[in-house]
Design a protein around this ligand. Structure first.
Ligand code: C2E
Ligand code: CA
Ligand code: CA
Length: 767
């Protein structure tokens, strides 16, 4: 029996050491692990020393080893108690418990050591088993032994109660974790009590140490409650946004969540779900397939929703089929959001038609994918759109833009694409068979006034580009259509303009002129030409200064090729200042030569009044060169004055007061001529024969109008210069009417100022 007992103890020791090695290898270094390891080691030591004690050959050595064994049991129980504290998280309520515990242990150790020599705690005596094999057994326990018992029972009970109380307060799934440790502790105690009271030969309770060590290791470090996993799975699946349906091997539904229920419209009825699942499998999953994905649309609460359904089979590690599951993903919002984002990326949010980039893309696709069809790019631009926003507010402007967008849809509806390029610019790419100008005019006429204001007339200009080279980018095609618009942008009569190569050349020329301006003005390429002005007596007292651009490679460039461009870009003010200064330099030179009564007349562009302080610049020049302001005649067009009469009339008055001679240039070519004459206090009225040339019955009408203008000017004390005089006949009747001065090719063309000086100044002309 002795050997069976000892072998069982050794077996238990080896088992616990295996557990110890296993936990050390799996160690994550936490406190609970250390506590488990202590329990395993101490228990192993208890069992080992107990088996040694049983094997001792004589009484004294048996007493010594049993005494040491008792001390190790103390440590084992302490380690168990420490483990339970860590495991349950329940701290001892006894103050300074640790200190008391170790003090009590120390006292027990001292008693056990004394016992080796005195036997004051217990004695040993030999007993023989059934096979008459003797061993030494603890006997003759003195009352001092009770101290040891109280110490270890107190520790064991406190651990036991901690486990019980933790178990009682824990949710059901966790209860077992504590109960399965409390039960072997209880059993150990029962066996120990039996051992003490019924004089068993061996302390069988020790064998349960191994069970406790193993359970501490298992529950403390590796155990995950099965119920916990089930609960977690259940709640995870229940709270998933996707619907889940799980089927077993027979196709029976073993689990489904709320969203799967909604998808199947099953109202939690298992049969309905199984029926729906069966239908889905038959329709979408062929028998040999392990996985499948498909899209589906369903009405959920009367709203159509979009789903992706994923089917997956489940197999065990030996590839045996276990069952399958369906994941039902509702992507309605996601799809709507993506579609909205795509819409935002491709459409103009104000008008709902394509935005610029998407229009370019789709128009390009249309043109390139239909090489057998001809296309037009049609662009639109609203004249003075900024004014609409400014005067009537942004909302009215927006309304107008929406209306124009609708117009584009009408134009492009047959075979085209249309979009908004920028604020008031729209474009249509249209198959040529559906394009005709009348239709476009009809449509543009539909928007002739503002949505809520009839007084403001809306003019839409249309530029048309015929697509010939399909490889040109659509943006460039639109630029070209817009260039065509530029040619009619100031016109109220013309609505449609077609792009042709001249427009492109003009544009290129425009860019060239602009880019060369700076260098031209700095290197003196702009020269002053003078056209003589002749009095009725044949005298030449001065002339008009007209600019000529003497280009190093292109030769002489006349003003009509660049003046308008400079006016548009604002460069005109720099050119005019330059020309005025040339005139002043010339007058200064004449003054120094004693020719101080001669004059030069300079042109002031309409734009100068916006870009410059004309008064300040001109008076400064006159002061700088100390010339008589009377020698500098200022030509201001009637249109420039009438654009802002109240300001201009005051300015003219100030300039006159300073001493300048003011000439109203191109009189008669503007709108309000005669009517405004009465308010104008200018010195000279300059009438251009040219403006009357193209009218019907030209001879008679021209004469009558001229006659009237001249007599009106005379009655207002103004001198009259007629320019554009080309024939002797014109000179004659102009003289009859009372015209004072003539300028025209009949007498001389504009010429370099040196020519004028040498050949015309101080000379008399026959009239
Ligand atoms: P404008 O001020 O009305 O100048 C008169 C234009 O009529 C000049 O053209 C002149 O050459 C032309 N002309 C004179 N007599 C006759 C004639 O008998 N028959 C015809 N068919 N034409 C005649 P030009 O020099 O080409 O100037 C054109 C316009 O350019 C000028 O019209 C003026 O508005 C502008 N311009 C010229 N130089 C300047 C300048 O320095 N500054 C500004 N702002 N404008 C200028
Ligand atoms: Ca002029
Ligand atoms: Ca003129």
């Amino acid at each position: 029996m002795k050997w069976i007992y000892v072998s069982a103890l050794f077996g238990a020791v080896i088992f616990m050491l295996i557990c110890f090695v296993y936990t050390v290898r799996k160690s994550k270094g936490n406190v609970l692990e250390k506590a488990v390891n202590k329990v395993l080691l101490c228990s192993s030591a208890s069992l080992f020393v107990n088996s040694l004690a049983v094997l001792m050959p004589d009484k004294n050595s048996a007493v010594a080893v049993y005494s040491i064994y008792h001390c190790i049991v103390d440590i084992t129980i302490i380690s168990l108690s420490d483990f339970v504290r860590q495991y349950t998280g329940i701290a001892s309520k006894i103050p300074k418990e640790k200190l008391i515990k170790w003090l009590a242990f120390a006292v027990d150790c001292v008693l056990m050591i004394i016992n080796i020599f005195t036997g004051i705690v217990f004695q040993c005596h030999a007993v023989a088993d059934d096979w008459d094999i003797s061993c030494f057994h603890i006997g003759g326990r003195t009352p001092v032994y009770i101290y040891h018992l109280v110490f270890i029972y107190f520790m064991v009970f406190s651990a036991f109660f901690a486990l019980i109380s933790k178990s009682s307060e824990s949710p059901t799934v966790y209860k077992g974790k504590y109960m399965w440790l409390a039960i072997p502790i209880c059993v150990v105690t029962a066996f120990h009590v039996a051992f003490l009271n019924f004089h068993f030969m061996f302390d069988y309770s020790l064998l349960f140490y191994a069970i406790i060590g193993f359970l501490a290791c298992y529950y403390g470090l590796f155990y995950i409650p099965r119920g916990l996993m089930e609960n977690i799975m259940f709640f995870t699946i229940a709270s998933m946004k996707d619907g889940i349906i799980c089927l077993d091997i027979d196709g029976k539904c073993v689990h489904f969540n709320k969203n799967a229920n909604l998808y199947c419209n099953a109202y939690s009825d298992l049969n309905t779900i199984e029926q729906k699942v069966k239908e889905m499998r038959e329709k979408h999953v062929s028998p040999e397939r392990k996985e499948a994905v498909w899209e589906s649309k369903r009405l959920v609460f009367d709203e159509e929703r979009l789903f992706t359904v994923e089917y997956k089979s489940i197999f065990d590690s030996h590839h045996h089929y276990l069952g399958c599951f369906f994941i039902i993903h509702d992507h309605t919002e996601e799809t709507n959001r993506l579609e909205y984002e795509k819409y935002r990326a491709t459409h103009d949010m104000l008008t709902g038609i394509y935005n610029k980039d998407y229009f370019f893309e789709t128009a390009h696709g249309l043109i390139v994918n239909n090489p057998d069809k001809k296309y037009y790019i049609i662009c639109s631009d609203v004249k003075n759109f900024k004014l609409v926003n400014d005067i009537f507010g942004v909302e009215t402007g927006d309304d107008l833009l929406r209306k124009i967008a609708r117009l584009m849809t009408y134009i492009g509806k047959e075979s085209g694409v249309y979009g908004r390029l920028s604020s008031d610019r729209f474009a249509v790419c249209l198959e040529s068979s559906h394009f005709n100008e009348e239709m476009i005019l009809d449509y543009t006429n539909m928007i002739d006034s503002l949505p809520e204001n009839d007084a403001f007339k809306v003019h839409i200009h249309i530029g048309v580009y015929e697509v010939i080279d399909r490889n040109i980018r659509v943006s460039v095609m639109c630029d070209r259509a817009n260039l065509a618009i530029k040619t009619i942008k100031d016109s109220y009569e013309n609505v449609v303009a077609y792009y042709d190569s001249h427009i492109r050349e003009d544009f290129i020329n425009e860019q060239k002129v602009i880019s060369e301006f700076e260098n031209a003005i700095e290197s003196g390429q702009f020269r002053a030409y003078v056209q003589p002005q002749i009095t009725t007596g044949g005298k030449i007292n001065g002339g008009e200064v007209l600019v000529r651009w003497i280009h190093p490679t292109d030769g002489m460039i006349p003003p009509f090729r660049f003046i308008e461009i400079f006016e548009q870009t604002g460069l005109i003010s720099r050119l005019d200042c330059y020309m005025w200064e040339l005139a002043c330099i010339q007058l200064d030179k004449w003054k120094k030569e004693g020719r101080k009564d001669y004059y030069l007349s300079v042109n002031i562009s309409q734009k100068d009044f916006y870009l410059l302080d004309v008064y300040l610049v001109i008076t400064s020049l006159v002061r700088k060169y100390r010339i008589n302001p009377k020698c500098l005649h200022l030509e201001i067009t009637e249109t420039a004055i009438m654009n802002n009469p109240s300001v201009q009339l005051k300015l003219i008055q100030r300039l006159r007061n300073f001493g300048f001679i003011i000439e109203i240039d191109d009189f008669g070519s503007g709108y309000s001529s005669l009517n405004t004459l009465k308010d104008l206090s200018a010195d000279v009225l300059k009438v251009d024969m040219g403006f009357l040339r193209n009218t019907e019955n030209k001879e008679e009408r021209s004469k009558k109008i001229l006659q009237m203008i001249v007599s009106l000017a005379k009655s207002l004390d103004m001198e009259v210069i007629t320019e554009g005089v080309e024939t002797k006949e014109q000179v004659d009747f102009l003289m009859d009417f009372g015209c004072d001065v003539f300028q025209g090719y009949f007498f001389a063309k504009p010429m370099p100022v040196e020519n004028f000086e040498d050949n015309y100044l101080d000379t008399n002309v026959d009239i």
